[in-house]
Design a binder for this molecule. Structure first.
Ligand SMILES: O=P(O)(O)OC[C@H]1O[C@H](O)[C@H](O)[C@@H](O)[C@@H]1O
Length: 479
């Protein structure tokens, strides 16, 4: 009989461990791995209040081989025991020692907020950011959406950087997120967007429940797509002390993320990797010293300071850029597009659809687009003709360990570089969530994404017969 014994457990004081803080802790402590109970994105009954993530010893999400092994072990577990009446006060920092089954067992309560603050201080120039906020009287509105980032936001933005207490909102973590859905996007963070639109703020930001994702908006709620956010941070990377010290290696994005970062990579002569959706695909490249900055359209941005995406880090990166350029967010974006051109991007989510018809839709579309005769086919919408250059179900070979990930999303790339991407979400909580991603590049940068992308959206909806399969006229979320 196999017996697995845990001898030490780390718990954040008051239980407020964000995903980036955990990732940092696991790496620092060289722990064998961690099972992380994170605040999930799904409000609802108590059983939905936490999601479980398994992080490996590099502090990153478990790769496929580890989760597959966990699944296999789960099938042969014959029993597990619960230690009854083990009392621990998680408000007090310190080591709590116990004897369980005649063996030592320690529960260590740590100050995870301070730990994370120290890490951020090693990366960013806090004095510069603080002076900038003060001298410009910068107005920010940071929304923790009642998730776990609240104490981190209070410590970093208010206590350390001198923001006003009314510059941060919903900073008390609540197990039901106060009834809101802590998803930092234009739909679920609408409260923040409205406040910034109607107020006089220079920057607005929101985080998800476990603090690894972020949304950035500028004055009057000027929206920064995650793809653009990544590209802009790449362009200004050297204004962040960490990168001056550790150097700038390659960049990466997930396949559905628009390729704005590729253009920055080309200009700076850096490797740019396109990986499947999921942060776990970045870890090997970082560990191999080939990647220092990456992001996903799903509001994840991060660097090789840890092996997870990091919401607060992204806001500190933006504040550093604003300090460095002395410019507002919209102006920074306009300057960026003037140099590189603009990658218009939109994502349509159709949440909680019936699973079977969605599977059928994907397999029907896969058959259609992988016919050899599909390459070279033309599609017309409005006045525009799009000719297919590449069409496949995306697969990826990890450049480091050569592991292969197949069927990572349907992708149609047209000759002008525009793309239609469709995949089923791996995180939706019930039924199927269809994600349709559209992006297109233009030198003209003052257009409106929904207008610029309309012809491609029409082509995608028709080609996939989405309405027929999902019985939906409208997406639930538009990014
Ligand atoms: O499969 P989806 O619902 O599109 O979600 C995709 C996202 O899932 C999780 O949040 C992962 O941590 C992200 O790295 C990934 O981008």
């Amino acid at each position: 009989m196999m017996k697995h014994i845990v001898s030490k457990v780390l718990v954040g004081q008051h239980g407020v461990l964000s995903t980036p803080a955990v990732s940092n802790l696991i790496r620092k402590n060289k722990a064998l791995g961690g099972i992380l109970l994170t605040a999930s994105h799904n409000p609802g009954g108590p059983e939905n209040d936490f999601g479980i993530k398994f992080n490996c010893e590099n502090g990153g999400p478990a790769p496929d081989n580890v989760t597959n092994d966990i699944f296999e072990i789960s099938k042969i577990i014959t029993e597990y025991k619960i230690v009854e009446n083990l009392v621990v006060d998680i408000s007090k920092i310190g080591s709590n020692k116990y004897t369980v089954d005649n063996k030592d067992f320690t529960i260590e309560i740590i100050d995870s907020v301070n730990d994370y603050l120290q890490l951020m201080k090693e990366i960013f120039d806090f004095d510069k950011i603080k002076n900038f906020i003060k001298s410009k009287q910068l107005k920010m509105l940071i929304d923790s959406m009642s998730g776990v980032t609240g104490p981190y936001v209070n410590s970093i933005f208010v206590e350390e950087l001198g923001a006003q207490t009314n510059n941060v909102i919903r900073t008390t973590p609540l197990t039901d997120f106060g009834g809101c859905h802590p998803d930092p996007n234009l739909t679920y963070a609408k409260d923040l967007v409205d406040k910034v639109r109607n107020g006089d703020y220079d920057i607005g930001a929101a985080f998800d429940g476990d603090g690894d994702r972020n949304m950035i908006i500028g004055h009057k709620a000027f929206f920064v797509t995650p793809s653009d956010s990544l590209a802009v941070i790449a362009h200004y990377l050297e204004c962040i002390p960490y990168f001056k010290k550790h150097g700038v290696q390659g960049f990466a994005r997930s396949m559905p993320t628009a390729s704005a970062i590729d253009l920055v990579g080309q200009k700076l002569n850096k490797e740019v990797f396109e990986v499947p959706t999921g942060w776990k695909y970045f870890g090997n490249l970082m560990d191999a010293g080939r990647l220092c900055l990456c992001g996903e359209e799903s509001f994840g941005t991060g660097s090789n300071h840890i092996r997870e995406k990091d919401g607060i880090w992204a806001v500190l990166a933006w504040l550093s850029i604003m300090e460095n350029t002395g410019k507002g967010i919209e102006e920074i974006l306009n300057n960026h597009w003037e140099i590189y051109g603009r990658n218009y991007f939109t994502r349509y989510d159709y949440e909680e659809c019936e699973l079977e018809p969605c599977n059928e839709m994907i397999s029907t579309m896969e058959k259609l687009i992988t016919e050899p005769s599909f390459i070279g086919k033309s599609f017309t919408a409005g006045n525009t003709i799009y000719k297919v250059k590449v069409a496949d179900n995306f697969s990826y070979i990890d450049p480091v360990d050569k592991s292969v990930a197949n069927k990572q999303g349907l992708r149609i790339v047209f000759e002008d570089g525009s793309r239609i991407v469709m995949r089923l979400s791996g995180t939706g909580s019930s039924g199927a969530t269809v994600r349709l991603y559209i992006d297109s590049y233009s030198r003209k940068y003052n257009g409106v994404a929904s207008v610029m992308l309309k012809p491609l959206i029409d082509i995608a909806l028709e080609m996939s017969q989405l309405k027929k399969f999902t019985k939906r006229d409208q997406p639930t979320v538009i990014t």
